[in-house]
Design a binder for this molecule. Structure first.
Ligand SMILES: [Zn+2]
Length: 259
């Protein structure tokens, strides 16, 4: 995907637009970008996860980083939050951001983000950025209000140095659920219950990989996931080889959904 697209803000009839900025795994399988979803509506413009490829992919898709008010993080693996140092430095330097930015993720997000930024760009971390930056550490199993979005995190099973989260997000009268990375856990049912959309990891087809979800396991538990729409993401090369033949909707870089 190399063409540039005109980004159009959602209309009243389509209050929430979901754009897959990156729908791949950590390793660029299928040439896909790493995890990043943009959600836009009249109420908010935010990202769910921000992998290292997020910034160039946003520019290709016409999503202005300065318009993003909030970044929600499912967990602190590099392919889910490694794009943030780039986003912050872009905001500080060429994009000259003035708008407030909120970053919300699991406990220790502030410390890990500072460390990652300092490793990649020594001396770059600031106590005072040129824009108001707020870092919020989300409390699991509680409705957290951040930047006009309500998010309820659930702790899943995916060791990453901080509590890994599935996210249930309420925005513009819609409910969006994101599994993050995890092996099957019943809390996914709580995160997805009645959701208009569940974006769920389907890392392999039937090969078990520790702390990840395979398609067979997911389908076995599908009756427990009472979401209205389910979209697979974070697919490995072997899953990508099979996904087109399955009766299931799946993410692609640049794909947009209107809810
Ligand atoms: Zn992960």
């Amino acid at each position: 995907m190399t063409e540039s697209r005109e980004y159009v803000r959602p209309t009243v009839e389509s209050p929430v637009r979901v754009t897959f900025v990156g729908s791949g795994d950590a390793f660029g399988s299928g040439g896909r970008g790493q995890a990043c979803v943009h959600v836009a509506g009249a109420q908010a413009s935010f990202l769910v996860d921000c992998g290292p490829s997020a910034l160039p992919a946003m520019r290709r898709l016409g999503v202005d980083p300065n318009d993003v008010e909030l970044v929600l993080l499912s967990h602190l693996h590099g392919d889910h939050f490694g794009g943030l140092p780039f986003l912050l430095l872009d905001a500080q330097l060429p994009s000259r951001r003035t708008r407030p930015l909120t970053i919300a993720g699991p406990a220790s997000t502030a410390e890990r983000l500072q460390q990652a930024t300092e490793v990649l760009f020594p001396g770059a971390w600031r106590e005072h950025w040129r824009f108001p930056l707020e870092i919020v550490e989300l409390e699991p199993e509680r409705r957290n209000e951040v930047a006009r979005v309500t998010v309820t995190p659930y702790v899943v099973s995916h060791p990453s140095g901080a509590p890994p989260l599935a996210l249930r997000i309420e925005v513009g009268g819609r409910v969006l659920a994101f599994s993050g990375d995890t092996e099957w856990t019943p809390v996914l049912s709580s995160a997805a219950d009645g959701a208009d959309l569940l974006v769920v990891e389907s890392y392999t087809f039937d090969r078990p990989v520790p702390y990840h979800l395979d398609y067979r396991t997911l389908i076995r538990h599908a009756p427990d996931l009472r979401a209205k729409r389910l979209v697979l993401t974070h697919m490995s090369a072997e899953m990508l080889d099979r996904v087109a033949g399955l009766d299931c909707e799946y993410a692609e870089d640049g794909k947009q959904l209107e809810l």
